[in-house]
Design a protein around this ligand. Structure first.
Ligand SMILES: *Cc1c(COP(=O)(O)O)cnc(C)c1O
Length: 435
């Protein structure tokens, strides 16, 4: 498969180039040259298929012959080494739990898949590559865990001091090995600005080979198709139709689901549920794309004003708003509704939502009630993070009911190791050159 830049369709690269570069030199996102189609017989028989074979069928056309089948199968097996349970919360409403990976959020899948691909592409190169990433919390942990011990790759993560949760900081700062956490005396925007400056600095690049593990990388974006296929497999015995509601920030996750649908996965409708950062819901109403400034919310992994993957969704629909509206509804919810929903779902169903999942649940319920009762339709919201990741800000009435999974309990006892730096680009450059 070849990929083109959404800024310039004449700029065409291989899968390897798209993965190693992340973003095209003209700053465009890469997009596959054609949309592959699922084999209909395969989908009809999906209940009898192995999860790993389903994932392989979905991703192989995007990789082509650039990674040998046996290696790709191993990367998939490493990526999907934890469960993706579909939990029936009430009636026809299901939670697709994507938080059973090492860092308790769905980003583990994309980060692990990308780490496997990059590790393979770098296998014969003696020059180590530095993955440089800025994080507001979840991405850094997933990238650190995904790239931990991958040969030939070192990971440098910038995070804003005092602005990530306790558990998130432990995930960033306790692995060590090929992972270094730079604790920046500033905000997430400072971290992001420092990273962006590094990617534009030719002098630094002559010194060390830099790459990004940003969510726009095709190797992080595309494997998210797996969630939708695995959910469909679990549902199709009982339901005729499925509606997915995806709590969305940068719109990478939902865009992967829409790609799977474009390939033939029968999905009746998608709901993009956002917090008050409502650029896309407003666009769907008015046709005007006017991102403002991001507002801080309880579902902070979705505090994005200008979602980078939305251009990919538009591309899937040939930039036609009427065509997009037939497949996608987008709705925005505030923190007050989020909290009320978390409390209500616990009270009525003893199911613990995290703030992101709560936004997804709200969008799903609102869409289904507006659509009217449809027999046999399953509504699925994606539960993108474990509630414990956001326990610090959970409603007081729920805090003592959130259970910490055993596999992260030991993290709290490990000693944090970080390098403290001021929020200045020169400090980063100096550190990268010296280390
Ligand atoms: C990153 C993240 C999201 C948003 O996903 P996008 O693909 O950026 O839309 C939602 N929930 C959680 C918990 C996240 O970490």
């Amino acid at each position: 498969m070849k990929y083109f830049s959404l800024q310039n369709k004449q700029h065409i690269v291989s899968f390897e180039e798209a993965v190693v570069q992340g973003l095209a030199p003209d700053k465009g996102l890469y997009f596959p040259e054609r949309i592959p189609a699922f084999d209909k017989a395969f989908l009809d028989d999906i209940v009898n298929k192995d999860d790993l074979d389903i994932a392989y069928a979905a991703i192989q056309p995007f990789v082509g012959d650039e990674i040998p089948a046996a290696v790709l199968k191993q990367i998939i097996a490493d990526t999907l080494s934890f469960p993706f349970p579909l939990v029936n919360v009430e009636d026809n409403i299901y939670s697709l739990e994507l938080f059973h990976g090492p860092t308790l959020a769905f980003k583990d899948v994309g980060a692990r898949f990308m780490a496997g691909c990059l590790g393979y592409f770098r296998r014969n190169d003696s020059r180590p590559v530095t993955v440089l990433v800025a994080t507001s919390g979840d991405t850094g942990g997933a990238v650190a865990a995904g790239f931990y011990n991958v040969p030939g790759v070192r990971v440098v993560i910038l995070y804003p001091s005092g602005k990530v949760s306790t558990l998130q900081e432990k995930q960033l700062t306790t692995l060590n090995g090929n992972i270094t956490a730079l604790e920046i005396a500033g905000t997430f925007d400072d971290c992001q600005r420092m990273v962006k400056t590094a990617f534009l600095d030719a002098e630094l690049q002559a010194h060390c080979l830099l790459t990004s593990a940003n969510s726009i990388n095709v190797a992080r974006w595309l494997p998210q198709m797996f969630y939708y296929l695995l959910a469909y497999k679990q549902l199709m015995a009982k339901h005729r139709d499925v509606v997915f509601s995806v709590p969305s920030g940068n719109f990478g996750n939902i865009c992967a689901g829409m790609m799977a649908a474009a390939m033939g996965l029968p999905v009746k409708h998608f709901v993009a549920s956002t917090n008050v950062n409502d650029t896309v819901p407003r666009f769907m109403q008015t046709g005007a794309y006017t991102p403002g400034k991001a507002t801080a919310t309880l579902s902070n992994a979705m505090d994005v004003a200008d979602p980078s993957n939305f251009v990919r969704i538009l591309e899937l629909f040939a930039n036609s708003l009427p065509a997009l509206k037939e497949k996608l509804t987008s709705m925005s919810f505030g923190d007050a509704d989020t909290v009320t929903t978390m409390e209500q779902v616990w009270r009525e169903h003893q199911y613990m939502l995290d703030p992101h999942g709560a936004v997804g649940y709200l969008g799903l319920k609102k869409y289904l009630s507006a659509a009217g009762p449809v027999a046999n339709t399953a509504g699925v919201f994606l539960e993108t993070a474990h509630p414990v990741k956001f326990a610090d800000t959970a409603p007081v009435s729920l805090q003592d009911k959130i259970v910490t999974p055993e596999r992260v309990q030991s993290l709290y006892d490990l000693e944090k190791q970080s390098v403290e730096l001021p929020a200045e680009y020169n400090a980063l450059k100096q550190w990268l050159t010296a280390n």
